[in-house]
Design a protein around this ligand. Structure first.
Ligand code: GAP
Length: 426
C-alpha cells in the first residue's frame, strides 16, 4: 500500500488534501492521471448501466436536498455510527470496527460508554447565521432518486422492472482514519435503485450480484481477489432487509468495495407518508396500486480506483508496471521521437502525436533515453508506446511497443489510428 501511495503522489494520480497547510485528514485531491482514471471508470459505469440499458434512466440530483428528506428516509435517526473514546489518548473508534476489543488498540486505555453519532455533515442555508436553516450534505446519492421517482414515471412511463441511476459526490463525517482513499470524508457514489415487484426481489438480487461483479472484472480486476459477504442481522442499515458486500482482498484484509441492498419499499413508502405525494405505481394489467420494492447496487468510484490500482500493480525485475485494462488507462498511447535533438524526427513524431491525439488520450515524451521513457510509461500504465526513428523517415513506419509483452512490432504510421481503434474495441 505504501508503494502505491507514493507512486500515486510521485506520478500525479492522487495527492493528500490541503497538503501545504499540513493536510486535512481523510481528504484527497486527484492529479492529472488520477482524474483521467476516475473519469474513465465513471464513464464506463455510466455507459454500461445507464446508456446501454433501455430499462435504466439517468439522473443528476442535488447534493443539497430538503432536510425533510433525511428525516423521512430515517437518516437523522437511523444512519448512525456508535463511537467510544479512549479515556487516556482520547482517540475515537467506531464500535463495529473494534472487533470485540475492550481496550484502546493504540494505548491500552479504557473506553468511555458508547455514544451514537450521525455522520452527516451539517451546513446552513441563508445569509444570517441565526436565521439560517439547517441542511445536510447528502451521505448517499440514493435519496434524490426516490424523491424524483414520480417525475421519471410521468416523463417516461416505464413498466417494472426499471431503474434510476445516478453518480455524484457524497459526504460522511468518518472518524476512522487511514487506508489511503478507502474511506474518505468526500467520495463519489454510482448508485441504481432498481424498482421491482416484491415477489421478484430474490431473482433480481442474484442478477445484480453477477452484474456488479462482472463489471469490476471487466475493468481488469482479478476474480480470485473478490468475494461476497452477506451482512449479519445486527449490521444491516436501517432501510435494508438484506445486504451483501462485494469485498476485495485489500492489503489490510477483505473489505467492502460495493454494497447490494434489498431496501424493500421502505423509502418510497416513507417519502409518500411524510410528503403526502402519491409515490405509488399502477400495474397496467391488474390496475392495482402499490409501492414498488427496490434492489440497490451501490458502487464507490474511489474504492473502484483503489482496487484497480492494487490489482494492476506489479514489480518486475527491472520495472514497475500498472497493468491497467487499456479501456481505463489514463493514457492509451505514448509517442516518442527516438532522439530529441534531431529536428526531423521530432517534427515527424509531433505530427503522429497530433493525429493520434484526435482519437485517444496520448502522452508525449522526449526526455532521457528510450529505456527510461518505457519505464516511466509502464509505471503509469500506458498500454502502448510509439517510437519514431530513422526508418520512419525512410519508409513511414514506426515501432509499437506493448506494455505487457514488451514486444515491439513495426506498423505503417498511417494505419496507427485503425490499429489502436481495433485494440481498444472490447
Ligand atoms: N445507498 C447505499 C449506501 O450508501 P454504503 O454501503 O453506505 O451504501 C455504498 O455505501 C458504497 O459507497 C460503498 O460500498 C463504498 O464503495 C462507498 N463508500 C461509502 N462510504 C465511503 C467512504 N467514506 N469513502 C469512500 N467510499 C465510500
Amino acid at each position: 500500500m505504501d508503494k502505491i501511495v507514493s507512486l500515486c503522489k510521485r506520478r500525479g494520480f492522487i495527492y493528500s488534501g490541503s497538503e501545504i497547510y499540513g493536510g486535512l485528514a481523510n481528504t484527497w485531491d486527484y492529479g492529472p492521471l488520477g482524474v483521467e482514471l476516475k473519469n474513465n471508470i465513471k464513464s464506463d459505469w455510466w455507459e454500461t448501466f445507464i446508456q446501454k440499458r433501455e430499462d435504466i434512466y439517468g439522473l443528476d440530483g442535488g447534493i443539497l436536498l430538503s432536510p425533510k428528506i433525511w428525516e423521512a428516509s430515517g437518516h437523522t435517526s437511523g444512519f448512525i455510527d456508535v463511537l467510544v473514546e479512549c479515556r487516556s489518548c482520547h482517540r475515537r473508534f467506531r464500535v463495529d470496527f473494534l472487533e470485540g476489543a475492550t481496550k484502546c488498540p493504540d494505548c491500552g486505555g479504557h473506553f468511555t460508554k458508547p455514544k451514537k453519532f450521525v455522520p452527516m455533515f451539517k451546513t446552513l442555508i441563508g445569509p444570517v447565521e441565526k436565521d439560517a436553516s439547517l441542511a445536510y450534505l447528502r451521505p448517499e446519492t440514493a435519496q434524490a432518486i426516490f424523491v424524483n421517482f414520480k417525475n421519471i414515471i410521468n416523463s417516461f412511463h416505464p413498466q417494472l422492472p426499471f431503474g434510476i441511476g445516478q453518480m455524484g459526490k457524497a459526504f460522511r463525517n468518518e472518524i476512522t482514519l487511514g487506508n489511503f482513499i478507502f474511506r474518505s470524508l468526500e467520495f463519489e457514489q454510482m448508485e441504481i435503485e432498481y424498482f421491482i415487484k416484491k415477489e421478484n426481489w430474490k431473482k433480481y438480487f442474484e442478477e445484480w450480484k453477477k452484474l456488479i461483479e462482472n463489471w469490476l472484472v471487466s475493468l481488469g480486476v482479478k476474480k480470485k481477489n473478490l468475494r461476497w459477504r452477506p451482512h449479519g442481522k445486527d449490521e444491516l442499515s436501517h432501510y435494508s432487509e438484506r445486504t451483501e458486500d462485494l469485498e476485495y482482498k485489500f492489503p489490510f484484509g477483505f473489505k467492502e468495495v460495493y454494497g447490494l441492498a434489498y431496501r424493500t419499499d421502505f423509502d418510497l413508502r416513507k417519502h409518500a407518508e411524510e410528503s403526502g405525494a402519491d409515490l405509488s405505481f399502477i400495474d397496467l394489467e391488474t390496475k392495482k396500486k402499490f409501492y414498488p420494492h427496490v434492489v440497490e447496487p451501490s458502487f464507490g468510484a474511489e474504492r473502484t480506483l483503489l482496487v484497480i490500482l492494487l490489482d494492476a500493480y506489479k514489480e518486475e525485475k527491472e520495472r514497475v508496471v500498472l497493468s491497467f485494462s487499456p479501456k481505463i488507462a489514463p493514457y492509451k498511447i505514448a509517442v516518442f521521437p527516438l532522439l530529441a535533438n534531431k529536428p526531423k524526427l521530432v517534427k515527424k513524431a509531433k505530427k503522429i502525436f497530433e493525429n493520434l491525439n484526435k482519437y485517444f488520450t496520448v502522452a508525449w515524451d522526449d526526455r532521457g533515453n528510450i529505456g527510461k521513457r518505457y519505464y516511466a510509461q509502464d509505471e503509469i500504465g500506458t498500454p502502448w508506446c510509439v517510437t519514431v526513428d530513422f526508418e520512419t523517415l525512410k519508409n513511414e513506419t514506426v515501432t509499437v511497443r506493448d506494455r505487457d509483452t514488451m514486444k515491439q512490432t513495426r506498423h505503417k504510421a498511417k494505419e496507427l489510428v485503425k490499429h489502436f481503434q481495433k485494440k481498444l474495441k472490447f
